[in-house]
Design a protein around this ligand. Structure first.
Ligand code: DAT
Length: 176
């Protein structure tokens, strides 16, 4: 049976605004917000932390088994929030939002979070080189990948309105 609600990936470099968007979108739509980082930590789907960057070394097989057991592909209505998006099977996903942010702003957000040295440098490079946008475009059909700016509160508001309209349209298209 086709799902009743779409599944949306919100991706982008750490600090770009994924959690901010995902939480507000979940509230507005009633969809389930899945913070992949949180699940990886809570469920122990990792093999410890990378010594240099402090990032989790994720056990993707166990993570995918966990997601597979959710009514994600049958019922839909999930918001998947993670800095990586190429692990989710294409058939699960209806929309991929890639958030982008000016590098000076991102620098301030990441230093405020206590990032420094290699971790800070890697994430700055990733944003400047649009690594996650390219990854999204390589992993999903071009027409479902949308790049949105996330620099101000007004951006968040506008983005949410746009995504909510998209969800309504998706439902209308399904109902036809
Ligand atoms: P992520 O989940 O991508 O790591 P976040 O949602 O935790 O990012 O945001 C990081 C910080 O930046 C947080 O203090 C909120 C702020 N922020 C993010 N997007 C913003 C925006 N569009 N306008 C203003 N502040 C924003």
């Amino acid at each position: 049976m086709a799902r009743q609600n779409p599944n949306i990936v919100i991706t982008g470099t750490p600090g770009v605004g994924k959690t901010t968007h995902a939480e507000q979108l979940a509230q507005a739509t009633g969809f389930n917000h899945i913070s992949i980082n949180q699940i990886v930590k809570d469920e122990g789907f990792h093999e410890g932390r990378d010594e240099e960057t402090g990032s989790w070394i994720v056990d993707e097989d166990r993570l995918l088994d966990y997601l597979e057991a959710l009514p994600l592909h049958s019922a839909g209505g999930y918001i998947l929030d993670w800095h990586a998006c190429d692990v989710f099977p294409e058939r699960w996903i209806d929309l991929v939002i890639v958030l982008r942010c000016d590098s000076t702003l991102l620098y301030d957000r990441l230093t405020a979070r206590g990032y420094k040295d290699k971790k800070l440098e890697e994430n700055m490079d990733s944003e400047i080189m649009q690594v996650l946008l390219d990854e999204a475009r390589e992993s999903y059909k071009e027409e479902i990948v949308v790049e949105l700016r996330s620099e101000s509160n007004e951006d968040v508001e506008g983005n949410l309105e746009r995504i909510e309209r998209w969800v309504e349209q998706w439902r209308r298209d399904k109902g036809e």
